[in-house]
Design a protein around this ligand. Structure first.
Ligand SMILES: Cc1cc2nc3c(=O)[nH]c(=O)nc-3n(C[C@H](O)[C@H](O)[C@H](O)COP(=O)(O)OP(=O)(O)OC[C@H]3O[C@@H](n4cnc5c(N)ncnc54)[C@H](O)[C@@H]3O)c2cc1C
Length: 423
């Protein structure tokens, strides 16, 4: 058991695992509380996942979506951060194990470890697909795309083999945003970068298993999204399932074989692998079921928040989606609840404030669906997307930086981050 001096042992210790929207939200709500907050994340940065696709397509540089976690707790005297990998959680012993740190005991635990990619057992996916869930994933995808174009420039015969084609799997927001952004990259700056490569030398295909993309949106928004993608040159293939992936071919269940040296996986998530070792009954997608306070019914000192949790909205009786605003609000609620418990005050159940479901498709093109059924599309929807997502950024400085970068990219269409840096 840890006797670390980063907490004085005299007051309750709140151990926050994961410094995503959920973990940071929880930690920040404890800043005035008489507790010691210990945050552990495997990285020293907080990732802004909604903009990963912009890193993958060279629009934004890495620091625009990764913020030093230490910055976020500079003003919080009762909080400390350690960068390490969580390797085990013993709920009965109230203790967490790490790759390098000594085990740390807790009075309250906040599980904010997020989700991870689910390949649904598709042959070759783990080896050859490019997921888009972490900052290294985004950089890896960007490097792959740039490498393919440079290779095709040197060896034009690769084009015939599909070197420049990209298959994006999944017609949800991640897949659609990525396909749209890749198409803008291909049809924009790449036309000037590679003037000798013909316009029809590359394809971007979006493959979705269900009959339509954007199943979470109303029909008119789905139709709008297909039109917006098609206008950008994306080929939308619905009702077909990826069966296997090799370095240069994608086989579909229908028997079709697509030539593509890059496959982006945006088709599914599951709870962090660690949840399987907790001895809990898990909900769909390996998510942890929580009560109205976001606690584990079997261990009320443990809170599960963000993507790792299955939070049922009492208003709709539906499990809330894995979204940034759900993660931030649930994390903040857990922090507030712990602050109340530590102060001997009453707690309140979690209430989600729905800001609408939204996704961007490309420049000037987005969709928003509000709770009451109202919807928006086009530039207004993109503005609404920007407003809601600015609120998710961790500091005012980040918000200001994002506004400048988004405005700059929108005006100049520049993608100055399209360089590969070998280390
Ligand atoms: C490509 C993409 C686009 C998205 N777009 C949107 C969008 O437009 N709007 C929206 O609202 N939501 C969007 N989302 C969803 C949103 O980003 C997530 O719901 C949100 O980030 C979840 O927050 P979290 O804190 O639960 O988990 P995360 O943000 O995943 O944070 C989990 C943290 O835990 C750490 N961690 C994990 N395992 C370990 C371990 N073993 N040891 C130590 N640390 C560990 C990770 O390093 C990470 O920092 C998008 C997601 C993706 C992937």
């Amino acid at each position: 058991m840890s006797d670390r001096t980063d907490t004085n042992g005299a007051r309750p210790r709140v151990l926050v695992l994961g410094a995503g929207f959920a973990g940071i939200g929880a930690a920040q709500k404890l800043h005035k509380s008489d507790v010691d907050v210990v945050i552990v994340d495997q990285h020293d940065y907080h990732t802004f996942q909604p903009l990963l696709y912009q890193v993958a397509t060279g629009l934004l540089d890495q620091p625009a979506v990764g913020h030093p976690i230490r910055d976020l707790i500079h003003e919080q005297d009762n909080a400390r951060l350690h960068t390490d990998r969580v390797t085990g959680i013993d709920l009965d012993a109230r203790q967490v194990q790490f790759a390098e740190l000594e085990p740390i005991a807790y009075d309250y635990l906040v599980l904010g470890l997020g989700a991870e990619v689910n390949y649904f057992g598709v042959e070759g996916a783990a080896e050859h697909a490019f997921p888009l869930y972490t900052l290294p994933d985004a950089v890896r995808l960007k490097d792959q795309v740039l490498r393919m174009w440079e290779a095709a420039d040197k060896h034009p015969d690769l084009i015939e083999d599909g070197a420049l084609n990209i298959v994006v799997v999944g017609g949800g927001p991640t897949g659609v945003e990525t396909a749209g952004a890749l198409a803008e990259l291909y049809n924009g700056v790449f036309r000037k970068d590679y003037p000798d490569i013909a316009e029809d030398a590359s394809r971007i295909l979006l493959v979705e298993a269900s009959p339509e993309i954007f199943s979470m949106f109303k029909q008119d928004l789905r139709t709008y999204a297909v039109d917006a993608l098609t206008k950008r040159g994306v080929e939308v293939m619905t009702g077909d399932v990826v069966e296997s992936i090799s370095p240069s071919r994608v086989k579909l269940k229908s028997g079709k074989e697509l030539k593509a040296h890059t496959l982006v996986w945006g088709a599914g998530l599951q709870g962090n692998a660690l949840v399987q070792s907790l001895g809990l009954e898990l909900e769909r997608g390996n998510r942890i079921a929580v009560d109205g306070d976001l606690r584990l019914p079997s261990h009320p000192e443990v809170f599960a928040v963000g993507d790792i949790a299955a939070i049922t909205d009492p208003k709709t009786d539906q499990v809330l989606p894995q979204l940034g605003s759900v993660a931030l609000q649930s994390g903040e609620h857990a922090g507030e609840t712990i602050a109340h418990l530590a102060a001997g005050k009453e707690t309140k159940p979690f209430k989600y404030r729905d800001k609408g479901t939204m996704a961007t498709i490309g420049r000037g093109s987005a969709v928003v669906q509000m709770l009451g059924g109202k919807s928006m599309k086009g530039k207004n929807a993109q503005l609404a997307w920007g407003t809601v997502h600015l609120a998710l950024l961790p500091t005012n400085e980040d918000r200001a930086k994002a506004v400048v970068e988004w405005a700059g990219a929108g005006l100049t269409h520049q993608r100055s981050a399209r360089i590969t840096v070998e280390t």
